[in-house]
Design a protein around this ligand. Structure first.
Ligand code: FES
Length: 162
């Protein structure tokens, strides 16, 4: 160990989209990325870490209940609807959000990197509790699977089925 990978850091104009429990892991990425970036943070209601993100890029907030920022899911707010203005998307959060971003990226020919957070058991690539469907055949299982703990958790969005 340690197993797992991280985001592929690009110098292109980027949008970081984080929702709920996907917010904390994106802070380090925001620090590391040396490029122009917009950071979209989605919350159910209560905000956290939003101030910390502000020193690393333009922050846009969305809350499901509309108590702060845009009302609704973060994929519905302005920067996400204008996602074709960016060259690369980085995201971490709930599967419906990742699925929507994957579709935006595919429709607009944009590179997208997503971090999948699944339930895990062994964490060493042996039990297959964490697999997700993949476009290509995995050399370990010989089926269309990726082990999130070992092959991910970050994938090019077009590599995996959501
Ligand atoms: Fe066991 Fe990933 S948690 S293979």
């Amino acid at each position: 160990g340690p197993l797992g990978n991280g985001y592929t850091l690009k110098k292109d104009k980027a949008i970081l989209v984080a929702g709920g429990i996907g917010v904390p892991p994106m802070l380090e990425l925001a620090k590391e990325l040396d490029c122009e970036k917009t950071i979209v943070l989605g919350y159910r209601d209560e905000l956290f870490l939003n101030k910390e993100f502000e020193q690393y890029g333009k922050v846009v907030i969305a809350t499901e209940d509309g108590s702060c920022g845009n009302k609704g899911e973060c994929t519905g707010c302005h920067p996400c609807r204008r996602v074709s203005m960016v060259r690369v998307i980085y995201s971490c959060g709930p599967t419906p959000m990742l699925r929507a971003l994957k579709q935006y990226a595919a429709d607009n020919g944009i590179e997208a990197w997503i971090s999948l957070e699944e339930k895990m058991a062994c964490g060493i690539g042996a039990c297959l509790a964490c697999v997700c469907k993949s476009k290509d055949v995995d050399h370990h299982t010989n089926v269309h699977n990726k082990r999130i703990c070992k092959d991910g958790p970050v994938f090019n969005a077009q590599e995996v089925e959501l």
